[in-house]
Design a protein around this ligand. Structure first.
Ligand code: SPD
Length: 319
């Protein structure tokens, strides 16, 4: 049938809900490892360029990662205004560090990732994402459990960015989506520091985790802002949550943001400017209502259990 030609023989199926699969057509596998923590693929996709996939969950792809990493990083940096010390929890692709390094004020970036094999593979295969960030003298990469680092660090951080894989059951990250973890993060932040977390999908049938995460961040920080960005390869629009003792202006002046970016960064942003930030902060009514009505928060005793592990496989037939 015209317009329906299938181009791949190998598919990575990401299970989105018990009833929905996003099948990404793969043209080549660049790296595969079963590490001590997870199963990793770095693949070349037909549509979205190179992608990192952990335990079958899509992490990011070169074709649309800017729609994830710019929103993850830049609102927190803008809210702080002149961050010098930035802590990244997760962030194996190096794209989060890349975004942090756009700021002229940044003196030190520490990235904590539990899985050195994943970081090494990203460094080797995903130069489009890290763009040399791992070699910047301001960046220190530590292969360590984030919880251990937070217990041990005596440094104080201006911005803390939680760029963790989704909290699937049995995965390495679910403890880091809890109130106890956010309290530990707050203890290592400067008094006027800013925390941001990648906070799950916000499609109507999947948004419960985002809603509960926002309530969990609200249990620890005085001021919280939920916001979203549409990352097409994620299958759903994606949520983030900012937390700080600083008030957060949900209607930032686009011209003031553009001036701040021009003055304090080296430029290079593709999606985020003042207008885009203003738009991202305008959360739809059904999400605002769900956050207002939610009573459950995530704790170590009752952590989130994100749905789905994916699977890779050959197509049974072509065309
Ligand atoms: N860097 C971690 C980002 C995790 C995003 N997961 C997306 C899953 C899409 N269904």
């Amino acid at each position: 049938m015209p317009g329906s030609e299938i181009r791949a023989d190998f598919w990575m199926n990401e299970y989105i809900t018990p009833w929905d699969i996003y099948a990404h057509g793969i043209t080549s596998v660049l790296a595969y490892r079963r590490t001590a923590f997870q199963e990793m693929y770095i693949v070349e996709t037909g549509a979205y360029g190179k992608a990192l996939v952990l335990d079958g969950k899509w992490q990011s792809s070169t074709g649309d990662e800017f729609l994830y990493h710019e929103p993850l990083v830049q609102p927190a940096m803008l809210l702080h205004g002149g961050p010098g010390r930035v802590l990244i929890l997760g962030g194996g692709e190096g794209a989060t560090a890349r975004e942090v390094l756009r700021w002229k004020s940044v003196e030190r970036v520490v990235m904590i990732d539990i899985d050195g094999e994943v970081v090494d593979a990203c460094r080797e295969h995903l130069a489009e994402m890290h763009q040399g960030a791992f070699d910047d003298p301001r960046v220190e990469v530590r292969i360590q459990d984030a919880l251990d680092f937070l217990d041990a660090t005596t440094e104080s951080w201006d911005v803390v960015i939680s760029d963790l894989s989704d909290p699937i059951e049995d995965g390495p990250s679910f403890k880091l989506f809890t109130k106890e973890y956010f309290e530990r993060v707050r203890r290592v932040m400067a008094a006027d520091g800013v925390f941001v977390i990648q906070a799950g999908p916000v499609g109507p049938v999947e948004m419960r985790m985002h809603v509960r995460l926002v309530r969990t961040v609200m249990a620890v920080f005085e001021h919280v802002q939920s916001y979203t960005s549409h990352v097409p390869s994620y299958a759903s629009p994606w949520g983030f949550a900012l937390g700080s003792s600083r008030p957060i202006d949900a209607r930032p002046d686009p011209d003031a943001i553009d001036r701040q970016l021009a003055e304090h960064t080296n430029g290079g942003l593709r999606m985020l400017d003042g207008s885009a930030l203003l738009g991202m902060f305008q959360i739809a009514k059904h999400i605002r209502r769900a956050i207002a009505e939610e009573t459950h928060i995530y704790t170590l005793a009752a952590p989130p259990k994100f749905f789905g592990k994916g699977a890779a496989g050959q197509a049974s037939s072509k065309g």
